[in-house]
Design a protein around this ligand. Sequence first.
Ligand SMILES: Cc1ncc(C[n+]2csc(CCOP(=O)(O)OP(=O)(O)O)c2C)c(N)n1
Ligand SMILES: [Mg+2]
Length: 190
Amino acid sequence: MRRFDGTQLISRIAGNAAIVSNLGPSSDELWHSGLRDRNFYTYGNMGLCSSIALGMAMATDEQVISLDGDGSMLMNLGTIASIGREKPKNLTVVVWDNEKWGQTGGQTSHTGMGTDLEQVAKSCGITRTKTVTDLEDLEAAVSEAMKTDGPNFIVAKIEESGYMPVAPVEPEFTLYRFRNTFVEPRQPGS
Ligand SMILES: Cc1ncc(C[n+]2csc(CCOP(=O)(O)OP(=O)(O)O)c2C)c(N)n1
Ligand SMILES: [Mg+2]
C-alpha cells in the first residue's frame, strides 16, 4: 500500500477528527490529500507527532488521529508508554511504517530489523492494536477506531508514494486555522 493512498483514505473517513501529521512526506501527502481545517501539519519536530496528538486528545472530547512515522516513533518510544498510561478514548495512532527513515535517504530503521511497534504498544497497555498491509484492512481498522473507544494503535506497512512536492505549509497559519475550529465563533460586536 502506498502512503498517499492510505492518507487520502483516512482524510476521507476521518469526519471531523483532528489529524496531526509527522514531519516530511506524511505532512506533504496529507496536504496534497485535500485541505481540511483540522489538519495539523508538523515539520522539523521529529518524534513529537503522537505526543502532540496525545495532548490534543486529552484537551478535547473530539477524535484525534496521529499519522506518525516509524523512524520518528522509534526516536520517542516514550510517547507510546504515555499513551498507554493515559489511555485517551479519542486517540488513534497510525504509524506509517516503511521500515526506514525515508526522508533522509531511506536508511533501514529498527522496524526493518525486527522491532514490532504493535507489540511495543501492547506491552504499554494499549489493547486496541493492529498491523495492516493493505488499504482494505486500513479502512476497516480506522473506521472501527472512529466508532470505538481507544486508544487505538495501527501499524500500517507502506511503500513510498513516489514524487510528492513539498507542501507550502506555514506553521503560524496552520495553528491559527486549526485553533479556530475548536472555538465558538465570536458574535458580531462582542
Ligand atoms: C531531532 C531530529 N533528528 C533528525 C531529523 C532529520 N530527519 C527528518 S525526517 C527524518 C526521518 C523520519 O523518518 P520516519 O518518521 O520514518 O518518516 P519517513 O521519512 O520514513 O516518512 C529524519 C532523520 C530531524 N528532523 N529532527
Ligand atoms: Mg519511515
